[in-house]
Write a protein that binds this ligand. Sequence first.
Ligand code: CDM
Ligand code: ATP
Length: 300
Amino acid sequence: MTVTVRVPAKVNVQLAVGAARADGFHDLANVFLAVGLYDEVTVTPADELRVTCEGPDAGQVPLDATNLAARAAIALAERYGRTPDVHLHIAKDIPVAGGMAGGSADGAGALLACDTLWGTGASRDELLDICAELGSDVPFSLVGEAALGTGRGERLTALEVGGTFHWVFAMAVRGLSTPAVFREFDRLGEGLDVPEPVASRELLDALAKGDPDALAATVSNDLQPAALSLFPELADTLAAGRAAGALATLVSGSGPTTAYLARDPASAEKIAEALRTSGTCRSVRVASGPVPGATVVDSR
Ligand SMILES: C[C@](O)(CO)[C@H](O)COP(=O)(O)OP(=O)(O)OC[C@H]1O[C@@H](n2ccc(N)nc2=O)[C@H](O)[C@@H]1O
Ligand SMILES: Nc1ncnc2c1ncn2[C@@H]1O[C@H](COP(=O)(O)OP(=O)(O)OP(=O)(O)O)[C@@H](O)[C@H]1O
């Protein structure tokens, strides 16, 4: 039997970050939106655990037991007292180390694929618990659509969205490490009072209405100054997107991918073209959301 699961990338339309906690993590008010850029994870029975990866960024993906897909298979197998004897193949289209939860997508995808292959009968809550152990973004990759993440981002409340939002994403010439960006956030905030992170009422209303202008007026990312501090050239990419008519521009999560909200698909194509010719980024993609989370697309 072979099972293939498709999993989307995310953009954080609000990322409010609190002070560092004793465990090193930060409390968040993290408003996730799943967008239509996908990785696919295919699982087949094998003699032992093996990971392969294809796609433009495949060379940057670890193929050992640190891969989040491998860790997901191991965690599920341990819980059900079996060996993770599978071949996991990742068809990777989500940029690596781009702040779009690519590794998290593969973790959630491998978990759902192995669960389907092995027929464990795990409940949704059990799967979400394993996701939370794997990483703060992994539960959202499983559920998709739109959600507010609290705690370190792993405790999810589904959000209503009243329409489709059109986005352009600019991939940067190099990656940024998520822990390094959080460390820079701490450094920039040294000696300052960091407020409790709270979701913006106006932003949640804008999502519920499906209103791009209202969303544009309320998007925010507390990690953006830290990402720009570590990667100042991102300001040029943001400026190019703004000049091309983006309603809002922001760093996606911990970056360095930058996100541009467009009024409609035609405007998204225009912004994408302007970014492609700006010489300020590696590649450009158009995607819209919300879209469903991890989904079995083939099982035979
Ligand atoms: C930046 C975001 O992508 C926004 O959605 C996430 O907060 C990061 O989620 P992730 O990549 O799944 O992160 P994890 O694998 O859980 O944590 C990686 C590292 O990021 C930092 N981290 C992550 C989440 C959080 N709430 N506080 C943190 O300080 C910690 O240094 C942690 O060791
Ligand atoms: N399946 C995977 N795909 C990509 N990277 C992985 C995977 N598993 C582990 N990694 C490691 O995780 C690092 C971060 O990659 P990832 O693509 O998940 O970053 P990200 O999109 O910035 O994450 P997030 O948005 O959740 O902070 C990579 O540099 C790589 O070493």
